[in-house]
Design a protein around this ligand. Structure first.
Ligand code: SOE
Length: 377
């Protein structure tokens, strides 16, 4: 264990930059056994916005070229847009710098494979930031499933509903461009659901084997706004606003998945439900401190408040019932990743696990194109 802080470089200073910077700032107070970390270099293109973010997020240096940052830091966080995930992450890994990359791993399966291979060749941890694995209630659910409390898993169900694109005049952004993002609701939201289900039931049902998928774009062009907020042009939307999919796992268990960015009234509504021969469980991000359980023989679901000090991560925070929020999942994720960096132990979810998610995303897209059920490549 070194007594000098780990210097962290972060590419990206918008939504995910804020979420992870906040998590790094919380660690010393709530996870005192976490490695000491210096928020060292914040990377971005707009120097004025970057300087302001570095000041607010507590970074001591800034850089407009990620390559400069990689030479100066001990850990590299790639929080940029999907099309920026590969090159900086691979360069960091080849330089022996551990990487935490935001999800989905890449816009395409082929690019995800190059990242997976770079991580396999590296001697340092490479993680993909599927933060919902780090919800205490999800960890509790996984322990119940692993202990056989639900029996044999037969069906899973996952949906991730948002409504930020209901307005056809909501401005165009990189998330709406297939060349930049890869896909829309499928990769941005569906990736979380596929990974979360893999995390919860993968040990019991194996990997996804076949997929039938459908992608839908409801608004096929959106306004591009200039710095004054005036519409300068309209640009094509080349990704899905919503997807649905039916999956089958190696064990024969089946699942139905969907996500939408136009589900009016739903803000960040991610729910998963698992049905086994001995019971079921249901989780909703909008009630993330709770887990609904049904054990065979009981008349209905019971709601468990997962905030006891014996529950995963909770003892680091507050007494029972003093609930956690969305941001705490990033603190847990950063704690685990930086602990893996310090110990040299592997971190999960790895780039290999993130590649398995990308295989499902790719299969949904191929199934949609062909109009038929497909196997994973
Ligand atoms: C999309 O709006 C988004 O920010 C996703 O990109 C995140 O992964 C999800 O956690 C919240 O919603």
């Amino acid at each position: 264990m070194t007594d000098t802080p780990l210097r962290v470089g972060v590419l990206g200073y918008r939504f995910m930059g804020k979420a992870h910077s906040n998590a790094l700032a919380r660690l010393p107070m709530f996870f005192p056994d976490a490695p000491d970390v210096e928020r060292h270099t914040l990377v971005g293109r707009d120097e004025a916005a970057l300087a302001d973010a570095a000041d607010r997020f507590g970074f001591t240096h800034t850089a407009t070229d990620w390559a400069d940052a990689i030479d100066e830091v001990d850990v590299f966080y790639n929080l940029g847009p999907n099309h920026v995930h590969a090159e900086p992450s691979i360069a960091a890994l080849e330089a022996g710098v551990p990487v935490l990359c935001e999800k989905p791993l890449a816009p395409t399966l082929e690019t995800a494979a190059t990242m997976r291979d770079a991580a396999a060749a590296a001697e340092v941890p490479a993680g993909c930031a599927f933060n919902y694995r780090f919800v205490p209630a999800i960890r509790y659910a996984k322990s119940l499933i692993a202990d056989g409390e639900l029996g044999e898993i037969r069906q899973v169900r996952g949906r991730y509903l948002q409504d930020w694109l209901v307005d056809p005049d909501a401005p165009w952004a990189w998330r709406m461009d297939a060349d930049l993002a890869g896909s829309g609701a499928l990769g941005d939201l569906g990736a979380h659901t596929v990974d979360l289900l893999n995390f919860l039931v993968g040990d019991r049902v194996g990997g996804v084997e076949t997929v039938s998928g459908h992608l839908k774009t409801f608004v096929d062009e959106r306004p591009v706004l200039d710095d004054e907020g005036t519409v300068s042009e309209y640009r094509d939307v080349t990704v899905d606003d919503a997807y649905t999919a039916q999956i089958e796992y190696e064990s024969g268990a089946t699942g139905s998945l969907e996500a939408s960015r136009v589900a009016t009234g739903h803000k960040n509504d991610h729910t998963v439900e698992i049905h086994g021969t001995a019971g079921s469980l249901r989780f909703s991000l909008e009630r993330l401190n709770e887990l609904e359980l049904l054990r065979t023989g009981n008349r209905g679901y019971e709601t468990v408040l997962v905030t006891d000090e014996s529950d995963p991560y909770v003892d680091h925070w507050w007494p029972p019932g003093h609930v956690l929020g969305w941001e705490h999942t990033f603190v847990h994720e950063n704690y685990e990743f930086l602990s893996a960096v310090e110990s040299g132990e592997p971190f999960s979810p790895s780039f290999t696990e993130a590649y398995e998610v990308q295989r499902v995303l790719d299969a949904v897209e191929r199934s949609d194109e062909r109009g038929e059920r497909v196997s994973l490549d």
